[in-house]
Design a protein around this ligand. Structure first.
Ligand code: NAD
Length: 294
């Protein structure tokens, strides 16, 4: 009966068409991945480099302008996933020459680049628009927006070297935006503006990569306990008000970096082969409504 409903005639539904490249447990098998903003111990970048390594990446470039933990992260990934090549690169992700150099290195060594996770970001001063200096405003915009643009500018041509043979997914560019880029935020003014720009970039890049099989998406994390939010969490713990951080969230908690990393893994993998030009809120539902104050 189900078959009849589906097809109008057959007794048995037609077999499901499986997407090429799906392989549970090795979701990015053989792929070459660049992750920026990977130094922070609690950060989304470090968590993501683990997800990519655990899921069969051939090589992961862990990049950050702060190199203080990168070698330790490399040793850790090497010990857990010895088959994965880990490359440490210390550079500013908004430096055009440096971004080009890391992409060139991937092409030289592996002849391919599959995933560029442009995740580096800064928050800037928590000031109202009226109080900010232009220098502070532009610094946040520059870092947060141009690192995603440069990932696409240099990453996409590298991905194109192999993308024609890979209709399921010829490459994936992922930018870390924020729910602050989707909804207003009383915190840092340029931060919200920059993250809205990252959402727009993902849409624009996806459209301009028409016909290449390369996808571009943005992840919009909610409140996640990372290096960026550590001072807020620490202060709240001292005051005993930690629970308040998740108070307005339908899940009644903040998130952790791995909950974002798992979405980065999905968007990097062929499992998301038809997800393109999207801004994915990964925020426990924070941006799905608005606080009701009776
Ligand atoms: P984090 O501070 O732990 O990590 C950010 C990393 O980016 C740091 O290691 C930092 O050194 C690096 N970085 C900053 N500027 C850089 C630059 N110019 N070049 C290279 N590296 C640079 O914070 P996180 O939360 O893991 O941040 C990752 C991304 O997630 C950021 O883009 C951030 O804006 C975004 N985000 C975070 C939250 C949150 O609640 N934590 C929410 C929404 C979005």
């Amino acid at each position: 009966a189900l078959g009849k409903q589906l097809t109008g005639s057959a007794d048995v539904p037609p077999p499901i068409t499986k997407v090429a490249g799906r392989s549970a447990g090795a979701r990015v098998e053989g792929k070459v991945v660049i992750v920026t903003g990977a130094n922070s111990i609690l950060g989304i970048g470090r968590a993501s480099s683990h997800q990519f390594a655990e899921n069969g990446a051939r090589a992961v470039y862990i990049c950050d302008f702060d190199g203080s933990n990168l070698e330790a992260h490399k040793r850790e990934i090497n010990a857990l996933y010895p088959a994965v090549d880990v490359h440490v690169r210390q550079f500013d992700a908004s430096d055009e020459k440096a971004v080009k150099a890391v992409v060139d290195d991937a092409l030289e060594r592996y002849g391919r680049l599959d995933i560029f996770f442009a995740n580096a970001g800064i928050v800037g001063p928590h000031q109202s628009f009226a109080d900010m200096s232009k220098a502070d405003f532009m610094k946040v915009l520059d870092v947060n927006v141009s690192n995603v643009w440069l990932a696409a500018k240099y990453g996409a041509p590298a991905m194109m070297k192999t993308s024609a043979d890979k209709p399921a997914s010829g490459g994936s560019i992922i930018g870390t935006a924020s729910v602050a880029g989707l909804r207003s935020n009383a915190g840092s003014t340029p931060y919200s503006a920059s993250k809205a720009a990252v959402v727009s970039l993902a849409q624009t890049i996806a459209y301009q990569l028409v016909g290449t099989n390369i996808r571009a998406n943005a992840i919009c994390p909610g409140i996640i306990e990372t290096g960026m939010t550590a001072p807020t969490y620490e202060a709240a713990r001292k005051r005993g008000t930690e629970k308040k951080i998740g108070q307005l969230n339908p899940l009644r908690r903040g998130g952790n970096a791995d909950e974002i990393a798992r979405v980065a893994l999905f968007l990097g993998s062929d499992e998301s082969s038809y997800v393109n030009g999207q801004a994915w809120a990964v925020d426990g539902g924070l941006s799905s409504g608005h606080p009701f104050v009776p």
